[in-house]
Design a protein around this ligand. Sequence first.
Ligand code: PAF
Length: 236
Amino acid sequence: MLFALLLCHYIIPLKIFIDLAIFYPELFLTNDMRKITDTITTFDTYMKIFEKKKDLIQYLDNFRSSKRDPSLSAEKKKKSIGYAQDKSIGFVPTMGALHSGHLALVERAKKENDLVVSSIFVNPTQFNNKEDLKKYPRTLEADIKKLEAVKCDILFSPGEKEMYPPEDMDNDLVIDFNGLDTVLEGKFRPGHFKGVTTVVAKLFNIVQPDIAYLGQKDAQQALIIKKMVLDLNMGL
Ligand code: PAF
């Protein structure tokens, strides 16, 4: 009788509880714990993912200094072309919705550099049509898998406030491209290249890559960015 009582009241419920905990652990998480495990599941990848520029900058600084050969004198460093003894960082900026063209750039960057950073940021300032910005595909999870497949080392995936802090919004700095940005595509998308160059300059300053890789499909964009890099001595 006592055994039947124990069985019904303690042993069977305990067994059910243990089985549920083993097979459905998520049932026992509080909302806060669930948020944390969701983040881990989503971001538990080979690739490191950064959302904050300060964290990425710190990581890349550490990477650069850890890879620098301390035995080389400053004199020797100057002589070696492009400080070749420092490990190089390749950068592939994107707005996500990745396709084979983007992945080919990452693969090439992998071959030519020691570390590859890609960014995914749907840049609002380069959309002159707000509807286009709303409709732009946002496929972060699928993009992460694609970048992992080509062994991208780092993804920078900032939010809008990270790239355009509200306190900086009245910053009206404009680079004059002497008309290069208002012809061809620029004629139909006023302000587009201003937005592109603004965000690319910000990204270059954060990542400080040795080489940046951009699709040649957008030839005008590639040309304008090249000009910005040269004119502003960005050194990549
Ligand atoms: O070509 C693109 O995807 C974008 O214009 C770029 C260069 C990532 C800037 O937002």
